[in-house]
Structures are given as C-alpha cells and as structure tokens.
Design a protein. Structure first.
Length: 386
C-alpha cells in the first residue's frame, strides 16, 4: 500500500536531501543493518546527490545487542555457553558496559535457533536465557537489561527462573519438566534465587498480558508453531503455573500487567524478579541518538518486515515516526508487507509485496526487492511533494 498525505506537500526541499534511514530488522530475511543498506543503495540510485545516513535500530528482539554495541563505545561483547530452546548446547553473546549487562533473550530461546519442524512452544524452554543471566551475575553485573522478542518459547519464563534458583515441583515432589506444557504439573515452588539483588529491566514493546484472548498463547503461540488444537492445553498450563507462583512466591496480579505476555511470558517472569519494563524501541533510540539524527535530516525512513496494527502500538517504526513528527520532519515506512496505510505521523507507507506483486516474490530476494522499492520511492516521492 502506498499512502499520500497532503500535509507534507509544498515543503521546499534542497537539491541535496539529507535522508535518515532508521529501520528495524525484517524478521526472517534482513537484519536492521542489511535493511538500512538496501534502502540507502536503492535511494541513491535514483538520487545520487542526496546524503543517506544509516541508523539501524531494534526493539528488544534479534539485533538488540548489535545496535547497542555500535552505539555504546565502551561496551564489550562476551561469549558464554548456554542451551537453545530444546536444550542443545549453543554459544551466545551479551554486552557488558561497566556493571550493566545487555542480553538478547533470542540468543538462547530465539525462533531462529529452530527449524520449522522443531517449533513447538509446548516443549521449548527459556532455561538457556537463565544461564546467560547467571553468567553475567557471576562476573559482577549489577544491572541486567534483557531485550524480549523473537522467542520460540511460551513457558512464562519458568525455565529461566529454574536456572536462577527456583524449583517447580509436581505432586510427587519431583521437579517438573521443561516447556510450556509441563507447567500443568506444577503444584509447588521452592528454592532461592541466586540473583544477588541485581536490578532487572525488561526491554519490550509488547504490552500483552500473559493470559486470555490477547495474551501470549493466543496471540503469539501460532507464530511459534502452536497448533490450534493445543492452544487450550497450553493456556491451562500457564494458568496452573501462575496460580502456584502467586501462592508460593507471592506476587499477585503479575500476569495481568502490560507486557507480562512478552516473549512467551518472559515479561511475567521479570515481574516476579521485580524487574522494570521499558520500551525496547525507546531504549535503543536513545542509545543511538535518534533525536539528534532526526533533527539533522530532511526526511526520515523507517521500516520493518511486516507493518501492521501491532506496529502502531509503540513499536519501532511508530517510535521513529513520532520522533520525526516532533521535529516537523516527514517519515516514510518501507516494509516487506503492509496491512496499514494511514497513521498521523507518517507521510507514506510502501511495501515490497505491493511493488513485486506477491509475498513469495518479496521473500525470494528481500534485499534486492527493498532496494528496488527505495529506488522507486526516491524517484517519485520528492517530486510529488512540489
């Protein structure tokens, strides 16, 4: 879809337009850096005298620590041994800056770590994320910022909490298994957290609660391989688990808080850890100096793989558009596909799918398609504003 908003007509653009390109990842196809490079390449093919500044962003999902690493000169990358969502050995990186650790939950429990046939949130666990957090704590971290997104899990963070010291037991007193479905067997919680008074920040732009029709299982379960016939089973398991946590840990109403359903319920687990929820988009935008970059630009371009109704609820493209509007700068969105063609802060929405005629063609060569879209928009958009 391409939208045409008249409020930006009549702007007297200079001959050389300063373009700020600040996209999110295009999930499953392009990293944010690759997307930014593709947009810049296409734009400059049409308008070689323009200047294009690339500022890849992230909202807490995959790419979170890559963006922060580029933005924080004093941060160092560390590698630890951990486990993937099915308990297989993998290595994961996190960032350390002073006594703060930045961790990407997807590094241990990301959907990208599984083949399509392996995706089943009844079985997958966040235990590996807990191992990364434990490693950061053992090396002296006092504050841990965890980006939530891109997960293959729906276990309400039970695996992570187990790695950090809690034990969830069944009626026979034995530890329950891993994965979302195993939570139905929980009857008690014991143990002690080994978190040493660390401060936790959950960076997410998902505001869903844990349970219900807009909760983790119903909204995000199908994206992780959950079959419709298994949805009730998994929702029931989470209800059992949270009732046990409320009784034995004592945090009432944690499952109802906005963001509790983020990353398959990891948001809920961070509530149990007295963590603070922050906007992942805002955190990364502040870290990279987005506001100053917008002020120095004539036109702002953001983008993501799928621009839909969720994109407008505080996610990255909406955050960029809001910042552009605050400076009186027009903002365009270039997406893989779009279900939205209007937003008060946007001057235009364009999709590779519309350009090429089908999602299959858009997915076949995503970088080339995005570059071609940027080339077309650059050729047409500024001329149409005159």
């Amino acid at each position: 879809m391409a939208s045409d908003y008249t409020q930006f007509r009549g702007i007297d653009y200079p001959f050389r337009v300063r373009i700020l390109i600040a996209p999110d990842k295009f999930a499953g196809t392009l990293t944010a850096a690759e997307a930014a490079a593709s947009i810049a390449e296409g734009w400059l093919r049409s308008r070689p005298d323009d200047t294009a500044t690339e500022l890849p962003l992230a909202d807490g999902g995959p790419g979170f620590i890559d963006v922060l690493e580029a933005a924080i000169p004093t941060a160092t990358r560390r590698t630890v041994d951990t486990l993937d969502p099915l308990g297989r050995a993998v290595k994961a990186d996190y960032l350390r800056d002073g006594d703060t650790a930045y961790i990407e939950s997807a590094a241990a429990c990301g959907l990208h770590l599984l083949t399509p046939a392996e995706r089943d949130p009844r079985r997958t666990t966040t235990y590996g994320l807990g191992l990364i957090i434990a490693a950061a704590i053992e090396t002296g971290a006092k504050q841990i910022v965890v980006g939530l997104g891109g997960s293959a899990t729906n276990d309400a963070g039970a695996g992570m909490l187990t790695a950090l010291g809690y034990t969830f037991r069944d009626a026979a007193g034995e530890p329950i298994g891993y994965g979302g479905a195993a939570l139905a067997a929980a009857t008690s919680v014991d143990g002690h957290l080994r978190t040493r008074d660390v401060r936790f920040i959950a960076a997410t732009d998902v505001d869903s609660p844990l349970h219900g029709p807009v909760g983790a299982t119903a909204v995000f379960g199908p994206q992780k391989g959950l079959r419709p016939e298994d949805q009730k089973q998994l929702e029931h398991a989470l209800m059992v688990f949270t009732s046990i946590c409320e009784r034995d840990i004592g945090y009432l109403h944690a499952a109802e808080q906005p963001g509790a359903g983020a990353a398959g319920g990891l948001g809920y687990a961070f509530n149990l850890l007295d963590g603070r929820r922050e906007s992942g988009a805002r955190l990364t935008c502040d870290a990279v100096g987005l506001d100053a970059a917008i002020a120095a630009a004539d036109l702002v371009i953001s983008g993501e793989g799928s621009f839909d109704s969720q994109s407008l609820r505080g996610k990255l493209a909406a955050e960029v558009a809001s910042g552009a509007a605050a400076h009186g700068k027009p903002c365009l969105v270039l997406a893989g596909r779009s279900e939205v063609d209007s937003h008060p802060d946007l001057a235009g929405v364009y999709s590779v799918t519309d350009l090429l005629g089908s999602a299959a063609k858009a997915m076949k060569a995503p970088a080339q398609g995005l570059s071609a879209l940027a080339e077309q928009v650059a050729r047409q958009w500024i001329a149409n504003r005159a």
